[in-house]
Write a protein that binds this ligand. Structure first.
Ligand code: NAD
Length: 351
């Protein structure tokens, strides 16, 4: 199995590449521009593996994408490259429209021309998995879950650009017959998460005795999924999912942001007692404009059709994650300077 990934130097992409190379044994070509969010250090575990290769390229660069696809001849393309930080999208939406919309268009067109030229089983087995977010569905009230049929209602420039890219992917299936599948996932967390996002930022701020900033009153709810569970789901969806379908991915682990931060503090109190009690560092800041109240995923389709189930619950996953950051300073230390600070204190995008 030959798989071309885009964005494989990012948080989820690197977990996927590590899984595909080390556990699935697939032949992987990872195409990534290496923006601030791309980090080859996250791929150290597969560096040198003879079933892994890397190419630095922009998904908006048609010639580079066409030549990578035609040269590698993938069975599957798994498209993850994106600008992904909600706060950055509020102050600089142009980059999000360029990468997430134009970049996805470029990938779809290159995949379509490549697929048109395939024959027989190669053509029948080709898949294009477009990886997206539950944020395209907008915000939930206190009850209900996002289902695959929930209407799109994005709130931020990030989620609007991802919604646009999802529509393009689905249109390329309906109009051109390209074998596309779309996945929409809830908030991921785990090792190698860029330290500008809520969970790693607050772990590292707690470690360094800095403010643990929380938007509003901390009552926003996210549905957390351990990144390695997402990687397994993506491989399963690409391999066994039905063409033209959408699969929601989520771990049924809803938590209020403030409860996530308290849990991090409690774990840090145990693992780094000299800074205890860490919850004295919690600081509430003015809420982000358009901050969705609640996300929660109904993953029944993925669970029943494809037999996927999250292995980590939030308590086991967050403990592993805090431990990983404490044990892997060499990975995160060089990234701390590049963290987004924006206009608001602290950088609280949960994703
Ligand atoms: P990330 O920001 O950590 O990584 C993005 C990767 O894409 C980086 O390696 C970056 O270098 C690369 N990239 C950016 N622009 C590029 C371009 N123009 N050409 C080539 N490569 C480019 O993102 P992530 O959190 O790993 O998310 C990966 C995908 O999963 C995204 O499509 C995102 O929308 C989606 N997603 C993320 C979450 C989450 O919780 N993080 C949840 C659901 C879905």
């Amino acid at each position: 199995m030959r798989i071309l990934t885009t964005g494989g130097a990012g948080f989820i992409g690197s977990a996927l590449v590590r899984y595909l190379v080390s556990e699935v044994g697939a032949e992987v070509l990872n195409l990534d521009k290496l923006t601030y969010a791309g980090n080859l250090a996250s791929l150290e575990p597969v560096k040198g593996a003879n079933n892994y290769s890397f190419i630095q390229a922009d998904i908006c660069d048609r010639d580079a994408v066409v030549s990578a696809i035609n040269g590698f001849k993938p069975d599957h393309i798994m498209h993850l490259a994106a600008e992904s930080h909600v706060d950055r999208s509020i102050t600089g939406a142009g980059e999000f429209v360029q990468t997430n919309v134009i970049g996805t268009f470029t990938m779809l067109e290159a995949a379509r021309h490549y697929w048109n030229g395939l024959q027989g089983d190669e053509k029948a087995n080709f898949r294009f998995l477009h990886v997206s977010t539950d944020e395209v569905y907008g915000s939930l009230g206190e009850t209900g879950l996002f289902e695959e049929v929930t209407p799109y209602d994005p709130s931020s420039p990030y989620s609007a650009s991802k919604a646009a890219s999802d529509h393009l992917a689905k249109a390329w299936h309906r109009t051109y017959g390209l074998p596309v599948i779309v996945s929409n996932c809830s908030n991921n967390y785990g090792p190698y998460h860029f330290p500008e996002k809520l969970i790693p930022l607050n772990i590292l701020n707690a470690l360094e005795g800095k403010a643990l900033t929380v938007y509003g009153d901390g009552s926003n709810i996210r549905d957390w999924l351990y990144v390695e569970d997402h990687a397994r789901a993506l491989h399963l969806i690409a391999s066994k999912g039905r063409l033209g379908e959408t699969y929601n991915v989520g771990g049924r682990n809803e938590r209020k942001n403030i409860d996530v931060v308290h849990r991090i503090c409690a774990l840090m109190d145990e693992m780094n007692p000299k800074g205890a009690p860490h919850d004295r560092l919690i600081t509430f800041v003015t809420d982000r404009p358009g901050h969705d109240h609640r996300y929660a995923i109904d993953a029944t389709k993925l669970e029943t059709e494809l037999g996927w189930k999250a292995r980590e619950n939030f308590d086991t996953g967050i403990e592993k994650t805090v431990r990983w950051y404490l044990d892997n300073e060499q990975w995160w230390r060089p990234l701390r300077g590049g963290v987004y600070t924006g206009e608001r204190l602290g950088v609280l995008s949960e994703k």
